[in-house]
Design a protein. Structure first.
Length: 334
């Protein structure tokens, strides 16, 4: 069905050695797919790889080593941040289109493109959906979304150093220990209360004079204002002030990340930033792959119901300030 949307067949010779990966999605999903995309590019050395992403991801996708053109299409979520600017790049024919994500915006985009063949992840998606369901029932940790992307792109899961993924110039670190804080979540039942953050930061600051840097989207500003007003030491906010590329660069120059399970948490993992992630209800598709990072969870993979329906006391509210503080002590003393 999807292949029938992809326009005409390209004439022989007009498409050779060009591949288009279509992956417009949210920050966390895209971040988890980057190692698999880099692996695919490395395995297809000599071919020109173009990529389609959602608008906020373009600045980061353009820095992936050996990515050629980066195009934009709207994801199925149609968030306000997905502003489609005028694109003046000329779309060419392709040897292959690999469709990792589909949306109405993708369909409109693909009407402009020609290709010899199209590969979709539909079968892998379907198997993964059943896998997630069985994982919830059996209370098992599901296969990670990072691994699924390797499967869809025909590779074997592996760790790839940051410097092999991105072509970036990182400024030298400044003196002083810095901690990125991310409190926001799109899911109400994955939200850790503001009073918890206040108590946690007080305890951490008593260890050393840390610099706390809050990140997030516009909706997180109210959290920051409340938390910072109840602290006697200075904090900083770059909420809604950085694009994703700037945020990755920041993460490469600080010491720790503490936040809820979210897109920024996935970015911290990608940037090899030591992290503590506070998880709400399952299933948990984005567990950090580095054993040095710490996951705090009370759900044991349960709680899909809680993602969609509010409860007075969810799994994330069972996580105490002291548990998160002791996790930080563990990182701090390494």
């Amino acid at each position: 069905m999807l292949s029938s949307i992809v326009i005409r067949k390209e004439k022989k010779g007009d498409y050779k050695d060009r591949i288009l990966i279509v992956n417009p999605c949210l920050v966390g999903e895209f971040t988890a797919s980057i190692p698999a995309i880099v692996d695919f590019i490395q395995r297809n050395n000599g071919k020109k790889i173009d990529i389609v992403v959602s608008a906020p991801l373009k600045v980061l996708a353009e820095k992936i080593i050996d990515v050629n053109n980066v195009y934009v299409a709207q994801s199925v979520f149609k968030r306000s941040s997905e502003v489609l600017n005028d694109q003046r790049q000329v779309l060419l024919g392709y040897e292959k289109i690999i469709l990792l994500r589909a949306s109405h915006g993708v369909y409109n985009f693909l009407k402009k493109v020609s290709a010899q063949n199209v590969k979709t992840g539909a079968c892998i998606y379907a198997r993964y959906a059943f896998h997630l369901l069985s994982s919830i029932i059996l209370r098992r940790t599901p296969k990670q979304w990072r691994t699924v992307n390797f499967e869809m792109l025909g590779g074997a899961p592996r760790e790839i150093p940051f410097d092999e993924m991105f072509e970036l110039s990182i400024e030298n670190r400044k003196n002083g220990k810095k901690i990125i804080i991310h409190t926001g979540s799109s899911w109400p039942m994955m939200y850790w209360e503001k009073e918890n953050w206040i108590e946690l930061l007080k305890k951490i600051n008593a260890l050393e004079n840390f610099e706390f840097i809050f990140i997030g989207a516009g909706k997180d500003i109210d959290d920051y204002n409340y938390i910072s007003a109840n602290l006697k030491f200075k904090t900083h906010s770059v909420i809604s002030q950085m694009n994703l590329l700037e945020l990755v660069l920041l993460m490469r120059t600080v010491d720790y990340f503490i936040g809820v399970d979210s897109g920024p948490a996935n970015m911290a993992h990608l940037a090899n930033l030591r992290s503590i992630v506070i998880f709400g209800p399952g299933p948990h598709m984005y567990i950090p792959s580095d054993p040095n990072d710490i996951m705090i969870d009370k759900s044991n993979g349960r709680g899909l119901y809680q993602r969609f329906f509010l409860k007075k006391k969810g799994f994330i509210q069972m996580i105490s300030v002291e548990e998160v503080f002791q996790a930080f002590i563990k990182l701090y003393r390494k």
